[in-house]
Ligand binder design. Structure first.
Ligand code: GDP
Ligand code: MN
Length: 381
C-alpha cells in the first residue's frame, strides 16, 4: 500500500526527521487560511500516488496566500497520470541550497534492506541511476545488527556531504531506518532531502510503501488507505480477495496459485508474449470470484488475448468454467481466449466451455505459444 507524501512525512516526523510545517487541504479557501498561518510564502503540492508531480505542474510555489489559493484551485482540478487531485499539501516554502536523495528498500539480491543515498537528489534520480551510477551509493543492512551509525558516516562521506551536516544526516538516516522497520515498509524514501540556505537538513518530499501482508499489525496505517487514488482494477480485486497486479503487456492472465501465475508469466515471455497482469484467484475459487477476476481482465483496454491457466486441486475446474461463462455473458467480449484446464473435474469444465467459442490447449507451453501468436496476428504489420 502506497502512502501519500503528507502521510509519509507525518510518520517521518514521529521518528525525529525534520519536515517543513504544513497541512493538507481539499478546497482553495482552506489553502488560503493555511498559507496565512504559515506566513504567506508556501508551496502547494498535489497529493496523488504517483511520482513526477513537479514535472506535471502539480507542485507550485506561491508568494502570497491569495496566490496559493489560486494555484490550489488549478491543481485541485488537475489529473496527474490519470489520477484526479483531491487534496493538496500546503507547506512553508523553503530556500533550497542542495537536493540529496535518501531511501531504504528491500534488496532482493542481497536479501536484506539497503539504504541508498545520492548527492544528486531531486526530480531526476532515475536518470542519475542510468547515466551516472557512481553517484548512487548503497549500504546493506544486516538484519540482526540493524542500522549502524558508522554506516551513516560512510554514506555522508561517500556523497561528499559537508562535515557540518553529518550529525543531522546520521540522525535522519537512523530515523528513516526506524520508520522503515517499525512500519513494515518495503520503501521509505526522501527525495529531495534538502540542505536549506540557512544550513538545515529537511525532508521536503516523502514516499512510503507498506507491505500489504503486514497491514494487520498497523491498523492506524491501514486506515490511511486512500481508496479514491487506487487503480479501479486493484480496488475491485482486493474486494474479492484476488491477488492482482497490473502490468504493461497485452496478454491477460487468469491463474490459480501465485507460483503457477509466476510460471505462466515466465512461459508467456519465453514465447515472445508480454503479460498484461499477474492474477492469482487463489485456491478453491468460487464461480463468483472467477467471474470478477475475468471481468477485471476484460475491462483492461490493453488486453488483446486472455490466457486462462488452471491446475485444479482444491480448485474445481467446473466451478472455474461456470465463472468464465458468467463473465463472458456479462461483458460480451470478442477477445480470443486460450484455456488450459486440468485437474479436479476438468472434463466437466471443458464440456461447459465447449459451448463457448474458446481455444483449448493441452499444456501451458502450448497455451502460451497460442496466446503469443494470437497477439502477433492482431498487431498491425
Ligand atoms: P515530485 O516531483 O513528485 O517528486 O515532488 P517533490 O516534492 O519532490 O518536489 C519536486 C521539486 O519541487 C523538488 O525537487 C524541489 O526542487 C521543488 N520544491 C518542492 N518544495 C519546494 C519548496 O518549498 N521550495 C522550493 N524552492 N522548491 C521546492
Ligand atoms: Mn520527489
Amino acid at each position: 500500500m502506497k502512502l501519500h507524501e503528507y502521510q509519509s512525512k507525518q510518520i517521518f516526523a514521529q521518528h525525529g526527521i525534520p519536515i517543513p510545517h504544513g497541512r493538507v487541504a481539499a478546497i482553495a479557501d482552506e489553502v488560503r487560511a493555511i498559507a496565512e498561518e504559515l506566513g504567506g510564502k508556501v508551496v502547494v503540492k498535489s497529493q496523488v500516488l504517483v511520482g513526477g508531480r513537479g514535472k506535471a505542474g502539480g507542485i507550485r510555489l506561491a508568494k502570497t496566500p491569495e496566490d496559493a489559493a489560486g494555484l490550489a484551485a488549478k491543481i485541485l482540478g488537475m489529473e496527474i497520470k490519470g489520477l484526479p487531485v483531491r487534496k493538496v499539501l500546503v507547506d512553508e516554502a523553503v530556500n533550497i541550497a542542495t537536493e540529496i536523495y535518501l531511501g531504504i528498500t528491500n534488496d532482493r539480491t542481497s536479501r536484506c534492506p539497503v539504504m541508498i543515498a545520492s548527492s544528486e537528489g531531486g526530480v531526476d534520480i532515475e536518470e542519475v541511476a542510468r547515466t551516472d551510477p557512481k553517484k548512487i551509493v548503497r549500504k546493506r543492512i544486516d538484519a540482526l545488527l540493524g542500522w549502524r551509525d558508522y554506516q551513516g558516516r560512510d554514506l555522508a562521506s561517500a556523497i561528499e556531504l559537508p562535515r557540518e551536516h553529518w550529525r543531522s544526516f546520521m540522525s535522519i538516516a537512523r530515523g528513516l531506518y526506524e520508520t522503515y522497520i517499525e512500519c513494515d515498509a518495503t520503501l521509505a524514501e526522501i527525495n529531495p532531502l534538502v540542505i536549506t540556505k540557512e544550513g538545515h537538513l529537511l525532508a521536503l518530499d516523502g514516499k512510503m510503501v507498506i507491505d500489504d501482508n503486514a497491514l494487520y499489525r498497523h491498523p492506524e496505517i491501514a486506515e490511511m488507505r486512500d481508496i479514491d487514488e487506487e487503480e479501479p482494477e486493484e480496488r475491485q480485486a482486493r474486494k474479492f480477495g484476488l491477488s492482482y497486479v497490473k502490468l504493461d503487456g497485452d496478454i491477460g492472465c487468469l491463474v490459480n496459485g501465485a507460483g503457477l501465475a509466476m510460471a505462466t508469466m515466465d512461459v508467456i515471455k519465453l514465447h515472445g508474449g508480454e503479460p498484461a497482469n499477474f492474477l492469482d484467484i487463489g485456491g478453491g475459487a468460487s464461480a463468483e470470484k472467477v467471474r470478477e477476476a475475468l471481468s477485471i481482465i476484460l475491462l483492461d483496454s490493453n488486453v488483446k488475448v486472455v490466457l486462462i491457466n488452471i491446475f485444479g486441486g482444491i480448485t474445481r475446474c467446473d466451478e472455474v468454467a461456470r465463472g468464465i461463462l458468467e463473465a463472458l455473458k456479462k461483458h460480451k467480449a470478442k477477445l480470443p481466449i486460450v484455456v488450459r484446464l486440468v485437474g479436479t473435474n476438468d472434463e466437466e469444465g471443458r464440456k461447459l466451455l465447449a459451448k463457448a467459442d474458446m481455444m483449448t490447449a493441452k499444456s501451458l507451453a502450448e497455451a502460451a505459444q497460442m496466446a503469443a501468436e494470437l497477439v502477433k496476428e492482431k498487431a498491425p504489420a
